[in-house]
Design a protein around this ligand. Sequence first.
Ligand code: B3K
Ligand code: ZN
Length: 885
Amino acid sequence: MDKGTPKAIRLQDYRPPAHRIDRVDLHVDLGEDVTTVRAVLAIRRNPDRADAGTEALTLDGQRLVLRSVAVDGRTLDAADYTLTPDHLILTDTPDAFTLETVVEIKPQENTALEGLYKSSGNFCTQCEAEGFRKITYFLDRPDVMAVYSTTITGDKARYPVLLSNGNLADSGDLADGRHWARWEDPFPKPCYLFALVAGTLVHGEERFRTASGRDVTLRIYVEPGNEDKIGHAMRSLVKSMRWDEEVYGLEYDLDIFNIVAVGDFNMGAMENKSLNVFNTKYILAKPETATDLDFQNIEAVVAHEYFHNWTGNRVTCRDWFQLSLKEGLTVFRDQEFSADMNSRAVKRIADVQGLRTVQFQEDAGAMAHPVRPDSYVEINNFYTPTVYNKGAEVIRMIHTLLGAENYRKGIDLYFARHDGQAVTCDDFVAAMADASGVDLSQFQLWYRQAGTPELAVTGRHDPATATYRLTIRQTVPPTPGQPTKQPMHIPVVVGLLGPDGADLPLRLEGEAAAAGTSRILHVTAESQTFTFQDVAARPVPSLLRGFSAPVKLTSDLSDADLTFLMAHDSDAFNRWEAGQILGGRILLGLVADQQAGRALVLPDSYVDAVAAVLADADRDPAFAAQALVLPTEAYLGTQMAVIDPDAIHTVREFARKTLATALRADWLAAHRRNVTPGAFSVDAAAIGKRALKNLCLAYLMAAEDAEALGLCLGQYHGATGMTDVIAALQFLSNSPAAEREEAIADFYNRWKAEPLVVDKWFSVQAMSHRADALARVRALLDHPAFEIRNPNKVYALIGGFANGNPVRFHAAGGEGYRFLADQVLRLDPMNPQVASRLMGPFSRLRRYDAARQALMKAELERIVGTTGLSSDVYEIASKSLEAAG
Ligand code: B3K
Ligand code: ZN
């Protein structure tokens, strides 16, 4: 590190700010060389910090060229303040005063894409978490909330559109071809929600009338040429606004809601007050260029950012440790919205798959942290699956424990208490507990303890007493900094299936009557037994219905029990889950065979179970498409003590091929039945049929025969929608067929004008399991369409290889590791956030064999030994090394 080893920030050190800033008037003068920012701040001592006395005012500021500082109109001499690379410090200020600073910045040189930067010639901002300090001197922390006005001045021809938060108050023309606009945002907000956009943009527009009759203008701004790809995002926005009124009673609160889509963006999108800025990936869609998954992701991300207007903006976080207060809650909200708009079961399956692969891996690695972390070096490293997705599971569990009605009462109380405030996760839980009367004290451990809890369940039926006893044991594994854990409060939703497959009424010991056929068992101790009455014959338990808690569950269910659940469970999620458990068990058994050099044999009973799901597939094609996917390589890895990427890959491919051959006629028939002729549509039914059809094609291609290849090529050349085109290309990219290279070249030529489609082309090649994948990825770094400064390109090609191609990335010689470390070091000086986001696989090195660990360690040592490293990359590399021992 150039600045010495960066220091950890700790939750326990939190203090309210010594000063408050009530009002901000920003004047941003945009230039080609230099942009000038004049900030007029109304500052006063914080009355809640009587202990602060006359503490100096320490403003954050980075990479700013300070031109002047004035207090109450009096310009200060350099001797009157202290300037450091990160701060502007003023002592002896009045109790309340106006501070005016003028700084210069160079957005066109900002490759980190944090603060004010340029994308395709347009100005835009990204301030969360700590980017506002790169725009002006400020108290850059979320518990400082102010009312803003923003006046933007710029060249009218280059930047005809000038946008900021709130309502447009005034605008006008100036001499020399310049113009200006003043925006006023009446709602106090933390500076991370500030936004400014200026450029040449076109927009689509819609009107929305809120439940109480406010007329809102909705606009989506894009670069010219993309006007035809706005419709789906706009419809998604309207649906989210309506849903939030209906389900949460929350209405939009301003007259304008703007979205701007930009091509260079570090993450998915940003919820700036009334001016959301999006990665183009989550706005632009038409069937020719976007897949069904893209359409669904757009709907979810548009909703997510919109929902932040209340959960995040109106009530925000006190400090960044509380990030899950807004992110976990808002993810839960967008998941439920998508479930209501589409198939609930299929949505839940997809979310759980994501959680189990990505978040469970994080929980088992060097970066494991609680939903509310205790400390961080670089906050940008904590926008994680744990904070977002496990955080959403925590809210979901609260919803389960309280029930929908009490949950809503809790939400109402939360807003009644905290609207306009910056609060903590504890405040949220307190509102939930107070409104419902439910005791959540032990439950709060979910915010404090890292690691995935493990549940071991055994069942015993006693025909003599007609009882069924479920014994549940819980353990929470140690994680870095948390060697021992306390038992958690885990809601385990269960049902019991009778011999005919129907749900039994559930009466627990001590209860007078049965209460429902699905109920919550409150697991709160290390070991507990629950006894069900009136159970005449041995039932099959359906455990953790709907994945009611983010845990790893093992049980003594037999293969026959699982097959029974696959056929009969009334809980659709658990029908899928039973198939995954069975598939996982069989594949992991084969992995052991492979490691021991034994021949691989896929049991007939498993082939029959898959055949049964396939035979029933037309009833719910979207569900079947999920149920027929074998557990992923990443998921299988999470189930092993030491991950063996080669054996996992070999075994999974073997199983795919065996199923492909054994059920060839069935795959073909199902494929034929689900080819939808006629006009292309992206409704749920059509999406489901396409998913099933492409799954069948994937199996058929695994058999590597001429007929399958013919079907695949036919689909590649004949399809109208991107879902089918890219699926065919993906299967071809894994195939030994000579037509592979032709198709890859053809795709690029067809789509080179569409950057988001070219990203798919990079990913498909990066994730091909063919032996030459890394060589190809290296060559593609020099392809004219690859841009190292564009995050989407980096995530598609380098990220696609490191995260989406385990067998090639973990090649025993270590060349994948060397490649990733080289790219991290190349990217770090340009864009630390993107560099750091590529480091994920290294943080899990302890999960691999000694030889791979040593190779990864060597790369991490090379990274840590590099001078001038960002705190982002330094934190992940050093923590990964520490955990490696
Ligand atoms: N709140 C932003 C994420 C900001 C990430 C900063 N490194 C997007 C979202 O979660 O909605
Ligand atoms: Zn969010």
